[in-house]
Design a protein around this ligand. Structure first.
Ligand code: NAP
Length: 489
């Protein structure tokens, strides 16, 4: 069995130097599978954030003046280095975040894929020459980097949520300050080391680790040189950032919470549907923004789906992600366990049937960690917490439906709009339902939807802006129109 990482000491990256916080303060990073120390990072203060903004501003002109081909080469090299270091980064990720090692290695590959994808896009930031209304004029449309940008990222995908922002920022010619979640700063530092080792000039990317996220945000929002902030995290914090952006009309991209519905119609391939549901619901112990939070199954196959799902969930192995046989790692912390348990207790109290799971695991090999058994509830109704709030844990709640109209209505009955899924073998229904779901991302006959080449993002209170895909770079580009008069015909 592998041994979890310990004693990992990282620093801030400011202007190409790996440095301590000016206060000298550090904070600990804890293994959610054991409660033990993994390592520590500097606890940056205002002075450090300002120094990082200074460094990003100083590096901007040189970086955006480089030919796109040159920036693309650096991104490709960074992707190669991340892949070469995959096992080491995955070990650190599992140790600080908890996900099973195989999932962590998969995330590292996924993280590298954003650099490869945006290396290609760097070379395709085309402008336009538009036919003029007045034949003596010329009309040019330029696409230019927005300038200094900042990325605030969550702990659930500590590598990929960062590269999904840094890839397009670097490709477009922007410089950046990154503030990773305080639970998972070590993975972030390893990704930045790969970017630096790929030959990125000093100051193009800067790392600020801090326990004072509000202070970091305040510094970033109040500095006019920071032109854009990209945030992935909770809807609650996202709304605060929208308010904070008003003063300087700062550009924002927001990837916020989800509350994904998973619909299984009578005509679905049931094995494929249950496998898709498991991939969507239980990956990363249910701590993904796109994971199924509400499962709606049509009457004719309801009992069969519950039975198939329960049979598979019973076989899941809960433990430290470092163990080869583990499929469900710990949740990020005790509060996450409390929330999952609250959703289960609330559902049972209101009449749901607990089919599998519903237990905290805190003794024996699980002592010190934040573990919860993978859980299936059936007979879930709209007034239960699990039907209205993001659970962010390994709990699948199942509700019966009768008609297609009813399924679409309940699926759309939420303030969130990130991802939705459904299974059917009827092609006409497939197109109808895909069009009617009010979500930024729809998985039809698949529970896995994320990929670097596709635009990822939500509608409604799940945020705005898109990451990945051909449009991902638009978030880091300003469009400028130039009218040249008096040219003649
Ligand atoms: P969170 O509490 O909002 O934290 C996300 C990031 O924001 C962290 O770096 C955090 O720093 C920072 N932060 C916290 N308070 C802040 C403030 N007042 N101002 C500025 N930054 C602040 O979210 P989380 O619990 O880590 O992540 C889970 C949420 O993210 C879920 O709702 C999930 O659905 C969402 N998510 C969305 C996507 C997507 O693409 N739509 C992807 C992944 C996750 P600290 O860690 O230091 O508190």
């Amino acid at each position: 069995m592998a041994v979890a990482a310990t004693g990992v000491e990282e620093r801030l990256l400011i202007g190409g130097e790996w440095v301590e916080a000016s206060s000298g303060n550090r904070f600990d990073v804890i293994d959610p599978g054991t409660g033990e120390l993994v390592g520590s990072v500097p606890d940056a203060g205002e002075t450090d954030v300002r120094a990082a903004i200074d460094a990003a501003a100083a590096a901007l002109e040189g970086w955006k003046a480089l030919p796109a081909l040159h920036r693309a080469r650096i991104l490709r090299r960074a992707a190669d280095l991340i892949r070469e270091r995959r096992d080491m980064i995955a070990l650190v990720m599992t140790s600080e975040q908890g996900k099973p090692l195989a999932e962590a290695a998969g995330e590292v590959e996924y993280a590298a894929s954003f650099f490869e994808w945006f290396a290609g896009e760097a070379e395709r930031v085309y402008g336009q020459i538009v036919p003029p209304m007045n034949p003596a004029n010329r009309v040019l449309v330029l696409r230019q980097p927005v300038g200094v940008t900042a990325a605030i990222t969550p702990w659930n995908f500590p590598a990929a949520m960062m590269t999904r922002k840094l890839g397009p920022a670097m490709a477009a010619g922007c410089t950046s300050i990154v503030k990773p979640a305080s639970a998972t700063p070590l993975t972030a530092a390893l990704i930045l080391r790969a970017i630096e080792d790929a030959g990125t000039p000093p100051g193009v990317v800067n790392l600020i680790t801090s326990r004072s996220a509000g202070m970091v945000a305040q510094e970033l929002f109040s500095d006019r040189r920071v032109r854009k902030i990209s945030f992935t995290g909770s809807t609650e914090v996202g709304k605060d950032l929208i308010r904070a952006s008003a003063d300087q009309v700062k550009r924002l991209s927001l990837e916020l919470g989800g509350h994904a519905p998973y619909l299984i119609f009578d005509d679905a391939d049931l094995d494929e549907a249950v496998d898709g549901l498991i991939a969507s619901k239980f990956r990363n112990a249910g701590q993904t923004c796109v994971c199924a939070n509400r499962t709606y199954v049509q009457s004719g196959v309801y009992d069969a789906v519950v039975a198939k799902l329960a049979a598979k969930v019973t076989k899941m192995v809960v433990g430290h992600g470092i163990r080869d046989d583990v499929t469900i790692g710990p949740l990020i912390d005790g509060r996450a366990v409390d929330k999952a348990d609250e959703h289960v207790r609330d559902a049972v109290a209101k009449g749901a049937r607990l089919v599998v799971g519903g237990e905290r695991l805190d003794s024996g090999e699980h002592a010190g960690g934040s573990f919860y058994t993978p859980t299936v509830l059936e007979g879930v109704t709209p007034e239960m917490l699990i039907s209205t709030e993001e659970t962010f844990g390994p709990v699948a709640g199942i509700t019966r439906f009768e008609t297609e109209e009813e399924a679409i209505r309940v699926a759309n009955d939420t303030v969130y709009g990130l991802a939705a899924y459904f299974h059917t073998r009827d092609y006409a229904r497939l197109l109808r339902v895909a069009e009617k779901l009010e979500y930024g991302i729809v998985g039809a006959n698949s529970g896995i939807i994320s990929a670097a080449n596709a635009p990822f993002g939500g509608v409604k209170e799940s945020g705005y802006g898109r990451e990945g895909g051909a449009v991902g770079i638009d978030e880091y580009v300003d469009v400028k129109y130039v009218l040249v008069g008096g040219v003649g015909t």
